[in-house]
Design a protein. Structure first.
Length: 524
């Protein structure tokens, strides 16, 4: 049974990791197209600021928490052979919260001017403000598609169906790209905003509606808000709505504080964050999404020791993001140059983005770890405490943002992003260990400490390699930057495993390689 569980988690993680990897690649291409069209200037700032109000609306509707709060409820009905009642609860939640969200979207579209001034008060250029308002109105309706798709994906996850949900981010990113390429020549940067709307409809709504239908989805309009599980869903979700989560605060704060800085700063911060989220997606999001249904089941079955063991092993494996972050820090200029420098994204934009990237990469591991740590609480249907603790950590980090933006400008904002994430994860995991008596947490801290030491050594070696290559080849050219990345990457990969074995990190590599072996064994 235990082996079967880890095998399922491994296969699910592989599916989600493949999806995340492909979506991040497509996402990078998306950002490259945006960079080519608008560089790191006012138009791209307006495009990024247009997501501020939708992000807040998305948070208020708890769209990003649907899988977390709904899966345990729906899975409970499946476990008790009460599927019809599960679909009844699904219908009530869809109807009530869907109508509520539609009303918020309409209100947002009507009062967009005033709301943009409230959420992005630092905008000084009238043209940037006007463009932000127009694109905000385009992006806002997509939030209904995200909400609907979130419910459709939740029921698929409950049935251990991962393939079609894994396709959602791929179609979403492709929609943005097509909007920019097809409509961009006619209406400029607004084409990407229309692509957001189209991609959300195709990937997050239509495809997931088909997927939910394949597993027998039954939906009827119903507003029975007195149903006990609907009320339980509301009270589980309410703390998440009122709380300030890590991803939400990051997406809002870098735009809010960036709006006070010179043109192009918001764009540069966004480009840097997208690079960071490549690592976060591969090491955190995929594993966290795939493992959560299994963590919830272990809790429901009363197997807390097994659940804690799964969480600890996963966190240890995630520490691999640390050396990869160091690799990106060393090659920051080359990475930004290769990904973005073309079209309107010039050398100045590359210099600004690569200058901010190391401060953002400092938070890559904690962003990854957060996807697992917070799900430990959610699996126990405890949403209140992590929401309160996360909010407290965000509030404590606000002075860092304020001091940073006033004294260090964009660097201060970038550092504030990483510091806020670190503070939240440290508090969440430390208190989780005390509350659950997680005696094996020491092994996680030891693993992370060893990985930091290994990464520092690798960073020194890789910096020497990069300088040596740059003394022979002009890394300001595409071919030179590519050669620098390839050489440093090969040295990195050749040293990572033997150094890991020298530091007795064999278990960590087994956790990473093990699922791949199990997947191979299951098919061959």
């Amino acid at each position: 049974m235990k082996g079967s569980l880890y095998r399922k988690v491994g296969i699910a993680s592989f599916i989600m990791m493949s999806s995340v990897f492909l979506s991040r690649i497509i996402g990078l291409f998306r950002e490259s197209v945006i960079a080519y069209s608008g560089g790191a200037g006012g138009q791209v700032d307006a495009y990024q600021l247009a997501f501020l109000l939708p992000e807040i609306l998305n948070h208020v509707a708890a769209t990003g928490f649907l899988s977390i709060t709904f899966i345990p409820i729906f899975s409970g009905y499946l476990a008790r052979n009460m599927e019809e009642e599960g679909w009844r609860v699904f219908s009530i939640i869809f109807t009530v919260f869907g109508l509520f969200l539609l009303l918020l979207v309409l209100a947002g579209c009507f009062w967009t001017d005033a709301l943009v001034d409230f959420v992005a008060p630092g905008i000084k250029d009238p043209a940037v403000r006007a463009l932000t308002v127009r694109m905000t109105r385009i992006v806002l309706p997509a939030q209904f598609f995200f909400f609907s798709g979130g419910l459709f994906m939740a029921v698929q996850f409950s049935r251990e169906r991962f393939f079609l949900p894994a396709m959602a981010p791929l179609l979403y990113n492709l929609g943005i790209i097509m909007g920019g390429l097809v409509l961009g020549p006619r209406i400029g940067i607004e084409g990407f905003a229309w692509g957001v709307l189209g991609g959300a409809f195709a990937g997050n709504f239509l495809l997931q509606w088909i997927g939910a239908g394949r597993i027998g989805m039954k939906f009827r309009l119903s507003v029975n808000v007195r149903h006990p599980d609907v009320r339980r869903y509301f009270f589980l979700t309410l703390p998440l709505i009122l709380g300030l989560t890590m991803i939400f605060s990051t997406e809002v704060f870098f735009r809010f504080f960036g709006s006070y800085l010179p043109k192009g700063t918001v764009a540069a911060l966004n480009y840097g964050l997208r690079i960071v989220f490549i690592l976060v997606g591969l090491f955190g999001q995929a594993v966290g999404t795939a493992s959560y249904p299994f963590m919830s089941r272990l809790v429901a079955q009363g197997k807390m020791d097994e659940m804690k063991r799964l969480m600890n092993r996963t966190l240890s494996a995630m520490s691999l993001v640390i050396p990869f972050s160091v690799l990106f820090i060393v090659l920051r200029h080359e990475v930004v140059f290769l990904l973005f420098q073309r079209g309107r994204f010039d050398a100045a934009a590359t210099a600004l983005t690569s200058h901010l990237l190391p401060y953002l990469l400092l938070g890559a591991f904690v962003f990854s770890a957060q996807t697992i740590v917070v799900r430990g609480y959610y699996a126990m249907q405890n949403t209140l405490f992590p929401a309160l603790l996360g909010t407290a950590a965000v509030i404590l980090s606000i002075p860092i943002y304020l001091v940073g933006v006033n004294r260090f400008g964009a660097v201060g904002v970038a550092f504030g992003v990483s510091f806020s994430a670190f503070l939240q994860v440290l508090l969440l995991y430390a208190i989780w260990n005390r509350r659950t008596k997680n005696r094996e947490s020491g092994a996680v801290y030891t693993c992370v400490g060893k990985m930091i030491l290994l990464s520092i050594f690798l960073g020194v070696v890789l910096e020497g390699v990069r300088r040596l290559v740059s003394s022979w080849i002009d890394t300001q050219t595409f071919s030179g930057a590519l050669i620098s990345c390839l050489v440093a990457g090969l040295v990195f990969l050749s040293l990572l495993y033997p150094l890991g074995k020298a530091l007795k990190l064999d278990d960590l590599f087994d956790v990473v390689i093990g699922p791949l072996k199990k997947i191979k064994d299951s098919f061959f």
